[in-house]
Write a protein that binds this ligand. Structure first.
Ligand SMILES: *Cc1c(COP(=O)(O)O)cnc(C)c1O
Length: 431
């Protein structure tokens, strides 16, 4: 099975976390996001354990909220002793409302507004990850006015090509994020930062991309970043004590994908950091990693009901379902691959390639093309696997579709963690 948390029961129904998907669909309706809680907790524990076992100076696992953001996620992170990345005042608000400690938040963003920075200062966010010089000087001034000193990282663009889809690659020189290493900007900016009174540079940050399957790009990145820390020490006599390596660890969307498991990524990255710091005679920095997708994507699936099957002889068969780009825009955005199953006859033989299409008034609203499914008809239940990341988080109200609920399952028990939006919720801000 593509997802470890799924099984097929005697009735031939797809199950997740010990719950029968046909019963979940009947109880909560479709479209429906379902997530297996123990898969999330296990991934967080693997990252933490592997970091602690393989790296003497410890570190932190900061889940990238943007992958999956609602209050229950922050409660789980807190229970598991993890921290969190946030990229907007809205994510900060969600975290704080869930009781998550502000000092365990890392605030990212390449276009932070004054209001964002004000929110972060007032809340006492642990680290503000400064993306560019304009932000740096605005933050210094605002912190000064507030009588504070902001603890920051600088986001560096190390120029590592992680061989992945160009729309989700962010470590390149051609990137809207961060301060570019190649053209010599970085040391000049760091020199300037060190002169400022109301920001304290605690460390450096980088994030090289997403859905990366090898450990090599991360090893290479660790070496580049530690070399930069050694350069900072040699040039300015300042030893930075924290290094944030970002996220981007890959997951299995298709049977043919072969990601490393969370522990293996961390083991390789930790030992590379150890070896390299020793060589450069740097004290081991506190390591931060920011996995998003790899924590939540393999925990989730989305259930849809088939509304209509349209067969166009010699062209293709469309299986039209009751959700689509409003709850999962990833196919229309960048042809994201997914594995699909017929959840109510999960053991039936596949019959031929079909296109599973969404319900939005937009021809490009497809969930997946060329998928092999058993013959299906109106009323059948389709499961799209590995949708725990960047689905609920990317949902829109296109065509005034209310957002589906998120249901957590665990050992045969189900509970709603985000309610289904009502039609009145859609009107909340209309005057
Ligand atoms: C998106 C992002 C992450 C998480 O990436 P995944 O591919 O979901 O692991 C981590 N850090 C930063 C700065 C990001 O922008």
């Amino acid at each position: 099975m593509v997802l470890d948390c799924t099984t097929i029961n005697a009735a031939g129904h797809l199950c997740i976390g010990g719950c029968d998907t046909t019963e979940l669909a009947a109880a909560y309706g479709t479209p429906l996001y379902v997530m297996d809680e123990s898969t999330i907790r296990t991934a967080l524990r693997q990252y933490k354990a592997s970091l602690n076992e393989n790296y003497p100076n410890g570190g932190a696992v900061a889940f990238a909220s943007k992958a999956c953001c609602f209050k229950e996620m922050y409660r789980i992170l807190q229970q598991e002793g993890c921290r969190a990345d946030v990229v907007s005042a809205g994510e900060i608000h969600t975290a704080l409302q869930a009781g998550f400690p502000a000092e365990h938040l890392y605030f990212h963003g390449n276009a932070k507004t004054d209001r964002d920075l004000q929110t972060a200062l007032e809340a006492g966010i642990g680290r503000i990850v400064v993306d560019n010089e304009s932000e740096l000087y605005r933050l210094d001034e605002m912190a000064g006015r507030a009588g504070k000193c902001a603890e920051i990282y600088l986001r560096i663009t190390p120029g590592v090509d992680a061989h992945t889809h160009q729309f989700i690659r962010t470590g390149q020189i051609d990137s809207k994020f961060g301060i570019t290493l190649e053209n010599g900007d970085v040391l000049r900016v760091i020199g300037d930062v060190l002169k400022l009174e109301h920001v304290a540079l605690k460390g450096l940050h980088c994030h090289i991309g997403s859905q990366i399957f090898e450990a090599d790009p991360f090893v290479y990145t660790v070496q580049i970043m530690l070399q930069l820390m050694a350069d900072v020490r040699d040039r300015f006599g300042v030893t930075l004590t924290e290094l944030d390596l970002g996220g981007g660890f890959g997951i299995r969307y298709k049977e043919s994908d072969t990601p490393l498991n969370c522990g293996d990524y961390m083991r390789t990255v930790s030992s590379a950091a150890l070896e390299c710091a020793e060589k450069l005679r740097l004290p081991f920095p506190f390591l931060v990693i920011e996995p998003g997708r790899s924590v939540v994507a393999p925990a989730g699936l989305t259930l849809y009901t088939v509304e209509h099957v349209k067969k166009i002889p010699d062209v293709r068969t469309y299986v039209n379902v009751d959700g689509g780009m409003a709850d999962n825009p990833r196919y229309i955005l960048y042809q994201a691959p997914y594995t699909l199953m017929l959840a109510n006859r999960a053991d039936a033989a596949a019959e031929g390639p079909v296109t599973v299409a969404g319900c939005c008034c937009e021809s490009g609203d497809l969930i997946q093309e060329n998928v092999w499914l058993p013959a299906c008809e109106r009323g059948d239940l389709i499961a799209v696997l590995a949708t725990g990341a960047y689905n609920y988080a990317m949902a829109s109200h296109y065509n005034r579709l209310p957002n589906p609920p998120v249901v957590f399952v665990n050992n045969g028990q189900a509970r709603v963690v985000v309610r289904r939006e009502s039609y009145d919720d859609l009107l909340r801000n209309d005057v």
